[in-house]
Design a binder for this molecule. Structure first.
Ligand SMILES: Cc1cc2nc3c(=O)[nH]c(=O)nc-3n(C[C@H](O)[C@H](O)[C@H](O)COP(=O)(O)O)c2cc1C
Length: 239
């Protein structure tokens, strides 16, 4: 793909480097089964640096990372997730039992738990987020995706857990007013990786075909890129 685009000398990734980027993107999975162990401190710092090099609206950046090393705190965070899991299950109605069979977090087994929090005082940042203000959340999601991809490339699993009551997690983490927790990341060695999204494996949901989500110019109109004869899109839905 990249071979056809004009790029300034010195900025070209070697083909195998390009492939490695796509490989990490297509193979990355949300993991909830962990094998304990540890993440060496140098590797953890590098992963956080990768997260910190994400784009952020107005170059804020909105993210804060809280590494949970206190076993009691970890247990309480786990309990907060379990509490919300039951509420979510109930809200799902007829899929309640099916949902309860899913493993939606690995807080007690993962080598590391990192809480990702939107910092307090974000309203003073109006560049790019005066409207829409959720661009701070979008920026932090970019940081989490960087961490996810880097962890995957390093052979570590990561799971994003967002099933929690924000008020209880904020209290547990002693967050200042205005700060908002958005993720409890479970990170660490795994015994094996999922080869397709766990929710797909468990027949909870399937990846929607990209062609049903992309339009030309206006909502619902055409999608020339998918109809062209040279369509190189990866369309095997299972990735
Ligand atoms: C913002 C966000 C929040 C998520 N929260 C949870 C969660 O609380 N529990 C869970 O099991 N998975 C959670 N996931 C993971 C998704 O279920 C997962 O990404 C999706 O099923 C696709 O699987 P894949 O990431 O392996 O491609 C979350 C993902 C995102 C992006």
């Amino acid at each position: 793909m990249s071979a056809h685009r004009p790029v300034p000398p010195g900025y070209v990734f070697e083909p195998q480097e390009v492939q490695a980027v796509y490989r990490a993107i297509f193979e990355r999975r949300d993991m909830h089964h962990f094998a304990g162990g540890q993440v060496p401190p140098g590797q953890l710092r590098l992963l956080l640096e990768a997260a910190h090099h994400a784009p952020s609206v107005g170059f804020m950046p909105p993210w804060r990372f809280l590494r949970v090393t206190d076993a009691v705190l970890r247990q309480h965070l786990h309990d907060a997730v379990e509490e919300e899991r039951l509420v979510t299950a109930h809200a799902l109605g007829e899929r309640e039992n099916e949902f309860m069979r899913l493993k939606v977090q690995g807080l007690l087994e993962a080598a590391e738990v990192l809480a990702v929090v939107l910092a307090d005082g974000r309203d003073k940042h109006v560049f790019g987020r005066r409207t829409p203000p959720q661009m701070d959340l979008a920026s932090a999601a970019c940081a989490i995706q960087n961490l996810w991809l880097a962890a995957w490339a390093e052979g570590l699993g990561m799971g994003w857990v967002s099933l929690f009551g924000p008020a209880s997690v904020s209290a547990l983490l002693a967050l200042p007013p205005g700060a908002e927790p958005i993720a409890l990341l479970c990170l660490g060695p795994v015994d094996s990786f999922y080869h397709e999204p766990m929710l797909q494996q468990q027949r909870w949901a399937r990846r929607a075909p990209l062609a049903s989500l992309a339009y030309d110019n206006r909502w619902g109109q055409g999608r020339e890129v998918f109809d062209s004869a040279n369509d190189a899109a990866r369309g095997d839905g299972s990735r």
